[in-house]
Design a protein around this ligand. Structure first.
Ligand SMILES: Nc1ncnc2c1ncn2[C@@H]1O[C@H](COP(=O)(O)OP(=O)(O)O)[C@@H](O)[C@H]1O
Ligand SMILES: [Mg+2]
Length: 302
């Protein structure tokens, strides 16, 4: 894949201006901005469940899976949805990011997957955000990848485990680890949709083909309903040609599967991890919080 020069990029990006606050010229230079349309306000809900299950997946680390799981979850809650976040990464970053001291917990997602008498409902905890619950994880889960191999119907373990909770929630978001191993296959088998957070950086594009391949295989063999909910551009930086280029390539390749919402690169996100809170409560008026609210609107409208 060739990266085009700046001039060619400008020409390729000469999309119709949307007349937004940045003005026509700026909009032409920002392919994400140019795609943006007004999003519908989510309708209120009076009843909850059964949940739509979304796996947040990319085998590359540091692309914003965990950040997006936390903040999309928190934004969905603001729209009155009940949300369960499932930490399926032994690193436990999702748990830490929500202020849950998972390393000290006796029971986590590991127990619900491996012990027949323990359910996900038994190990879930409430977070500080009302309506947002968490199934925590810690290093114990790293053993599951190996132990699951000898289980009957090993790919469907998480799918079965979700039965104890799916009727209580509108959305269940699964934060996957950066690999395409058995835990991730479990997430893809349990999910209705996959969201692919993608850092706007050239090397990110390579991995997506492999991921899409894996998704296709799971769809064919284990979960015919599975679809790609969308690709989410993260760490977007309007100021760099490179980032705008990569975004344009992703849109060329995946079209409407790319969410119109993009997540800008900002230090506010690392800050929220330290605070152990979603950005929607830590910095509720920030542009990062607004972006995840927009993403929630798109997800609800799917
Ligand atoms: N939009 C963003 N801008 C700046 N930093 C971000 C952004 N999203 C995530 N980060 C930071 O990048 C690091 C990796 O993000 P994370 O969500 O943990 O990725 P993953 O779960 O894919 O490994 C974290 O330190 C996080 O705070
Ligand atoms: Mg993560």
């Amino acid at each position: 894949m060739a990266i085009r020069g700046d001039v060619a990029a400008r020409q390729a990006l000469a999309l119709p201006a949307d007349g937004g606050e940045m003005g026509a010229a700026a909009s032409r230079l920002d392919p994400a901005r140019a795609r943006q349309r007004k999003l519908p306000e989510p309708p209120p809900v009076t009843e909850h469940g059964p949940a739509r299950v979304i796996a947040m997946c990319n085998q590359k680390g540091g692309v914003g899976k965990t950040t997006s799981t936390i903040n999309l979850g928190a934004a969905l809650v603001e729209y009155g949805r009940r949300v369960l976040l499932v930490d399926l990464d032994p690193q436990g970053a999702l748990s830490v990011g929500l202020g849950v001291p998972a390393q000290q917990l006796e029971r986590t997602v590991y127990n619900a997957l491996m012990e027949h008498r323990t359910t996900l409902a038994d190990v879930r905890v409430a977070t500080d955000v009302p309506g947002l619950d968490l199934v925590p994880s810690n290093i114990d889960l790293s053993a599951a990848e190996v132990q699951l191999v000898s289980e009957v119907a090993r790919e469907q373990t998480l799918l079965r485990a979700l039965d104890s909770v799916r009727d209580e929630y509108d959305y269940i978001l699964i934060d996957c680890q950066p690999s395409l191993g058995l835990l991730t296959v479990n997430a893809l088998t349990a999910a209705h949709g996959v969201m692919i957070p993608l850092e706007c950086e050239f090397f990110s594009l390579r991995g997506v083909a492999l991921l899409v391949d894996t998704i296709d295989k799971v769809k064919e063999r284990l979960n015919p309903e599975l679809e790609i909910s969308g690709i989410l551009a993260t760490m977007y930086d309007t100021r760099t040609v490179h980032c705008r280029e990569v975004f344009s390539r992703v849109v060329e390749a995946f079209g409407d599967t790319v969410f119109q919402t993009v997540i800008q690169r900002t230090v506010r996100f690392p800050e929220t991890t330290v605070a152990g809170q979603p950005i929607t409560t830590w910095a509720p008026t920030s542009s990062g919080a607004a972006a995840y609210r927009d993403l929630a609107k798109e997800v609800i409208a799917l």
